[in-house]
Design a protein around this ligand. Structure first.
Ligand code: ADP
Ligand code: MG
Length: 248
C-alpha cells in the first residue's frame, strides 16, 4: 500500500513576488518573481552562489526574506514558521538521525505533529513503500547505501503528505548510476503523488531531464524561466546560452 492520494497531497501553487534577501551587504536574492503552477516540477538552476538555496530556504520558512512575498495557494506564508507550510524538504547531504531506526526517522515529522504511535507506524510504512523500501524500517541509517539513505530522506519528506516538495541538490552526493536511478524515482513520485516540486541543481542536464520548466539564476537574479526545450533552443541571453552550452 502506497501513501494514499488524500486531497491535501495534491500540489499547491506558489507565487514568489519580488523576493529579496540580504546577508549583510551580500544580496543573495535580488528581486525574484516566479509563479509556479500546482503540480508543476520546476528546477532552479544556476552556478554555486547564485541564490538557489536561499530561495528554497525562504520557501521552506528557514530563511526570513528581507523583502517581497511568498504565497502558497494564495495564502501569504512569507513569515509563517516551517511546520505550518505543509512543505517537505530534502537536502543535499542525507540528514537522517544516525541514532534512530529508518522507521523512527521517517515517522519523526508525525511525532512532531502529535500523531499516535500506531498511526505513525502505519503512515511511515506506507511512505517507505512509496520509495520502495518496504521492510527496511528496523535498519539503522548506517546499514543503508547512500541512495537508500536519500530515499529514506524522501520518505520522511512526504510522510505527512505535503503539497510541496523542495529538494536542494538531493542527488549531487550520489554516483552517476544511483543519480540516474533516483532521478527516475523522483519523477515517479512526482506523478504518483501530484506534488508541486521545486528542485535545485547546478547540473544543467539534470534540470533538462527532470523539470517541466527551468528557472535560471545568476548572482541572485532570475535570468530566464522556460520549458526545458525552449531554453535549449532559444536562450534569452548570453549567460543562459553559455551556461546551457557548457553541457556539451
Ligand atoms: P547557491 O545555493 O546557488 O549556491 P546560496 O543561496 O547558498 O547560493 O548563496 C547565495 C549567496 O548568499 C552567496 O553569495 C552566499 O555566500 C550568500 N549566503 C548564503 N547563505 C548565507 C549566510 N547564511 N550568511 C551569509 N551569506 C550567505
Ligand atoms: Mg546551494
Amino acid at each position: 500500500m502506497a501513501v494514499e492520494a488524500a486531497p491535501q497531497s495534491r500540489g499547491a501553487s506558489i507565487e514568489i513576488e519580488h523576493l529579496d534577501k540580504y546577508f549583510g551587504a551580500v544580496r543573495a536574492v535580488d528581486d525574484v518573481s516566479l509563479s509556479i503552477a500546482a503540480g508543476e516540477f520546476i528546477a532552479l538552476l544556476g552556478p554555486s552562489g547564485s541564490g538557489k538555496s536561499t530561495i528554497l530556504m525562504s520557501l521552506a520558512g528557514f530563511e526570513r526574506p528581507t523583502g517581497g512575498r511568498i504565497l502558497i495557494d494564495g495564502q501569504d506564508c512569507t513569515y509563517l514558521p516551517p511546520y505550518k507550510r505543509n512543505i517537505g524538504m530534502v537536502f543535499q547531504h542525507y540528514t537522517l538521525f544516525p541514532h534512530l531506526s529508518v522507521m523512527d526517522n521517517v515517522a519523526f515529522p508525525l511525532k512532531m505533529r502529535g500523531i499516535s504511535k500506531a498511526e505513525r507506524r502505519r503512515q511511515a510504512e506506507a511512505a517507505l513503500e512509496t520509495v520502495r523500501l518496504a521492510g527496511y524500517g528496523q535498519r539503522m541509517p548506517k546499514q543503508l547505501s547512500g541512495g537508500q539513505q536519500q530515499r529514506v530522506a524522501l520518505a520522511r519528506a512526504i510522510v505527512y503528505r505535503p503539497r510541496v516538495l523542495l529538494m536542494d541538490e538531493p542527488l549531487s552526493a550520489l554516483d552517476k548510476n544511483l543519480r540516474e536511478e533516483m532521478q527516475l524515482e523522483i519523477k515517479r513520485l512526482h506523478s504518483e503523488l501530484g506534488l508541486t516540486v521545486v528542485f535545485v541543481t547546478h547540473d544543467q542536464s539534470e534540470a533538462l531531464t527532470m523539470a517541466d520548466r527551468i528557472a535560471i539564476l545568476k548572482s541572485g537574479r532570475l535570468q530566464q524561466v522556460s520549458p526545458a526545450r525552449e531554453l535549449y533552443e532559444r536562450p534569452s541571453n548570453l549567460f543562459t546560452a553559455s551556461f546551457i552550452g557548457e553541457m556539451n
